[in-house]
Design a protein around this ligand. Structure first.
Ligand SMILES: [Zn+2]
Length: 165
């Protein structure tokens, strides 16, 4: 990879790292799901039972998942920055082939090519799963579930949901 491209990706990675670091800081300082409520504006249906232990636990666990995911991304970014330094950036960790630029542009901290990513994701390693998107997606879907609106969110449901993460 030529110098200019490396420079470009280095900047991209550093910017992303800054962004995620401040997100972790925000979660640490504000706790619970406040950060998500504020950032998505989609969680007002939880306001009704904010005093409920079940939903509090539920939201707290989502925050932990988000933070954990963010920490993993930071690690991945650090790894990619180290690769830029030692000149191996853009090569697949598994097969050694050059990772296509489009893939790096979409996910600059990736260290595997698309083919190997498929193989890695089949392995039982939760760190390669885009946890955050799953969680947000889930909340979205659950927001439209009738039973939440009418019967409230029971402890049992919470545990069912928790066990999936
Ligand atoms: Zn590969």
């Amino acid at each position: 990879m030529d110098r200019n491209k490396l420079k470009f990706f280095k900047k991209l990675l550093e910017d992303e790292k800054d962004k995620i670091s401040s997100r972790i800081k925000f979660i640490n300082e504000n706790g619970l799901a406040m950060s998500m409520k504020e950032s998505t504006g989609e969680l007002s249906m939880y306001d009704n039972n904010s005093g409920d232990l079940g939903s509090e636990l539920f939201e707290r666990s989502k925050d932990f998942a988000l933070r954990e995911d963010a920490v993993l991304v930071i690690k991945a970014i650090d790894g990619a920055l180290a690769k830029i330094k030692d000149g191996t950036y853009g090569k697949c960790d598994v097969c050694g082939k050059v990772i296509p630029l489009e893939r790096l542009e979409a996910m600059p901290y990736t260290t595997v090519c698309f083919d190997c990513r498929v193989v890695v994701e089949q392995a039982p390693n939760p760190s390669v799963r885009p946890v955050e998107e799953d969680v947000i997606d889930d909340i979205y879907r659950q927001g439209h579930r009738k039973d939440i609106e009418s019967a409230g969110y029971s402890m049992e449901d919470t545990w069912k949901d928790l066990s999936r993460y």
